[in-house]
Design a protein around this ligand. Structure first.
Ligand code: HEC
Ligand code: HEC
Ligand code: HEC
Ligand code: HEC
Ligand code: HEC
Ligand code: HEC
Ligand code: HEC
Ligand code: HEC
Ligand code: HEC
Ligand code: HEC
Length: 310
């Protein structure tokens, strides 16, 4: 919480690096203004950076202020006339886990990043600086190296094609972002009830799928839940990114989606009330029965009918 208290930067009238005064003579810290002469590009941009706040934070200690909060004490570096070897944190020389530690020193408390150390990104050595750029960001908000989708596509190029299919969520058009559904810092969910991998899909309270944020009518709870929706999840029938099929369905014809689980030709192979459901009413030779959702209109769950007929 201490960090929030630092966020008290007033109106910045010039690009001078805040109120940070040079530290005492025996301190290894030089203060941010000491960096400016040799690194004018980084210094000039810095007032627009949210980290600028650390240079004007009241009561902050030198290791938590400005340039040296990330790069470490710089006095020796300056005395040596520069050089990558003389600055404690030269990111170009650091291992992924060192980068992670340097940033998490301040950023580990946020719930949004509580799972970052065991996320599949961290495990694959994709760390903060793979997505964020402190000195050359696309925008001050979130300090991403580029527009969000482009950052992700840099490594997940196959996903771009999925969002270019005839039916899709409009991510490429800029109406949605990857982080509407994913938490790139590692989702807070464990494994879903059916045991499939969470794919860093962000689940909110009650382990709710991110889809419900927008498709609130699918949220329920319903008197009669469809186990496929509640247990297996939306992606048991839909391709969340995009699809060649209408309604983002996984298969071109609705009944082939249903028959994946309700498999049997005459019967649907499931029992209701202990009575085998040898339903003569479902004559699959009759094309009328092929479009399951013309009758089972509440396939996502119903408050009126256990067969989801209304
Ligand atoms: C929030 C952490 C952070 C702060 C604060 C910070 N830097 Fe950096 N700096 C980085 C990272 C990370 C890199 C590696 C390149 C990147 O990812 O953008 C870097 C790279 C550099 C480089 C190498 C050249 C380059 O631009 O990549 C220089 C020089 C530098 N920083 C100087 C400074 C100076 C001067 C300040 C203060 C005005 C400063 N940094 C503040 C994190 C920080
Ligand atoms: C006297 C000039 C001078 C001053 C003052 C100075 N630097 Fe440097 N710095 C350099 C030179 C030269 C390099 C080496 C650049 C290279 O090898 O590309 C360097 C490299 C760096 C790097 C390494 C970037 C990398 O490759 O990862 C960082 C970080 C850095 N400086 C930060 C700072 C900070 C923070 C301060 C203030 C405390 C500071 N410098 C003050 C001259 C200076
Ligand atoms: C795989 C890419 C990726 C990695 C790795 C990553 N981030 Fe992020 N980060 C993002 C994206 C994308 C957003 C923007 C989320 C949004 O706008 O909803 C973000 C947002 C943030 C934010 C601002 C919003 C918030 O969540 O509070 C902070 C702070 C942040 N990241 C810090 C970090 C730190 C620290 C690390 C490393 C320990 C890191 N990130 C690693 C992609 C990444
Ligand atoms: C000395 C503590 C400190 C360190 C170290 C630090 N940060 Fe920050 N960071 C902050 C503070 C303070 C803010 C501003 C928070 C605010 O605006 O409330 C911030 C803001 C951010 C934001 C923007 C958040 C937003 O809401 O848009 C990102 C992204 C971020 N930091 C990433 C990083 C990364 C990546 C590193 C490592 C290279 C890093 N930080 C190192 C303290 C730190
Ligand atoms: C520097 C490369 C890189 C960047 C940038 C990157 N990723 Fe990843 N991502 C990976 C790697 C490597 C993996 C782990 C191996 C795999 O599953 O492909 C991964 C895995 C994933 C997974 C699957 C997780 C799982 O458990 O199976 C998702 C979802 C994901 N990334 C989303 C994103 C999003 C969203 C962004 C942008 C905010 C992003 N990635 C940016 C490299 C990257
Ligand atoms: C509408 C929500 C949504 C959006 C937006 C979204 N995803 Fe996903 N993504 C998912 C879900 C749900 C899964 C899990 C699918 C599954 O397990 O069958 C997933 C899976 C993934 C995977 C793992 C795929 C695999 O086959 O292993 C990657 C990588 C990924 N998404 C990247 C991205 C990137 C990059 C973006 C933005 C360009 C993005 N996603 C936007 C919902 C979304
Ligand atoms: C940020 C809001 C948002 C989130 C989160 C979201 N969607 Fe959507 N979804 C939309 C919007 C808006 C549309 C309308 C299509 C468009 O963008 O043109 C849509 C369309 C759809 C459609 C097609 C509807 C039709 O009439 O053709 C399906 C199916 C769907 N979403 C399922 C999902 C699933 C499954 C998830 C979770 C993995 C999800 N959505 C997450 C906003 C969202
Ligand atoms: C059992 C399979 C199945 C599951 C699981 C499922 N859906 Fe659907 N969904 C369908 C079918 C089939 C349609 C097309 C209905 C039609 O054509 O009348 C559809 C249509 C939609 C539509 C567009 C029409 C409408 O009703 O708004 C949205 C949005 C949607 N689903 C979202 C979701 C979300 C969000 C989830 C997870 C909570 C989910 N679906 C889970 C089968 C499923
Ligand atoms: C991922 C597997 C799965 C898919 C796909 C699926 N279902 Fe289900 N469905 C179930 C399960 C599990 C039940 C609960 C069965 C039980 O209680 O015996 C169920 C129950 C039902 C019921 C109520 C049955 C009863 O006995 O009360 C109907 C009706 C139904 N599904 C229709 C559909 C339709 C229509 C589709 C295609 C849009 C579909 N289902 C797709 C798994 C699935
Ligand atoms: C013409 C309307 C209609 C169509 C189309 C239809 N159903 Fe039904 N379905 C019903 C009715 C009515 C019931 C309940 C009465 C009964 O058991 O015969 C029912 C019951 C069910 C049940 C509960 C168990 C059972 O067999 O009675 C399941 C599961 C089911 N339908 C799945 C499907 C699937 C999958 C499809 C598409 C292949 C489908 N239905 C198409 C009307 C329809």
């Amino acid at each position: 919480m201490g960090l929030r208290l630092l966020a008290t930067a007033g109106v910045i009238s010039c690009w001078t690096l805040g109120a940070q005064t040079p530290a005492a003579n025996d301190s290894p810290f030089a203060g941010s203004n000491g960096c400016r002469p040799c690194h004018p590009a980084q210094a000039l941009q810095f007032f627009r950076n949210p980290h600028f706040k650390t240079t004007v934070a009241k009561g902050a200690t030198p290791e938590n202020m400005g340039c040296e909060a990330c790069h470490g004490a710089g006095k020796k570096h300056i005395a040596a006339g520069g050089g990558r070897a003389t600055i404690p944190n030269a990111f170009s020389l650091m291992q992924p886990n060192q980068v992670l530690d340097a940033c998490l020193r301040c950023h580990s408390k946020d719930v949004n990043r509580a799972n970052i150390r065991r996320s599949s990104h961290t495990q694959a050595n994709v760390v903060c600086t793979s997505c964020h750029s402190i000195h050359r960001s696309d925008s001050a908000k979130s300090l991403l190296a580029a527009k969000q989708a482009d950052v992700c596509y840099g490594c997940h190029s196959d996903v771009r094609a999925q969002f270019s299919q005839p039916f899709k969520h409009r991510v490429n058009e800029g109406f949605m972002t990857c982080s509407d559904c994913h938490n790139p810092h590692g989702a807070n969910s464990g494994v879903s009830k059916t045991g499939h991998r969470p794919r860093m899909v962000e689940t909110g309270l009650q382990n709710e799928q991110p889809c419900m944020k927008c498709h609130t009518d699918k949220r329920g709870p319903f008197l009669f839940e469809h186990a496929a929706v509640r247990v297996d999840g939306c992606e048991s029938c839909h391709s969340p990114h995009g699809s060649t099929n209408a309604r983002l369905l996984k298969r071109p014809v609705v009944f082939t989606v249903c028959l994946e689980c309700h498999n049997g030709s005459g019967s649907f192979g499931r029992q209701a009330d202990g009575i085998p459901t040898q339903s003569a009413s479902h004559n699959m030779a009759d094309p009328r029965y092929r479009n399951c959702t013309t009758c089972h209109v509440r396939v996502h769950g119903s408050n009126a009918d256990r067969r989801f007929l209304r």
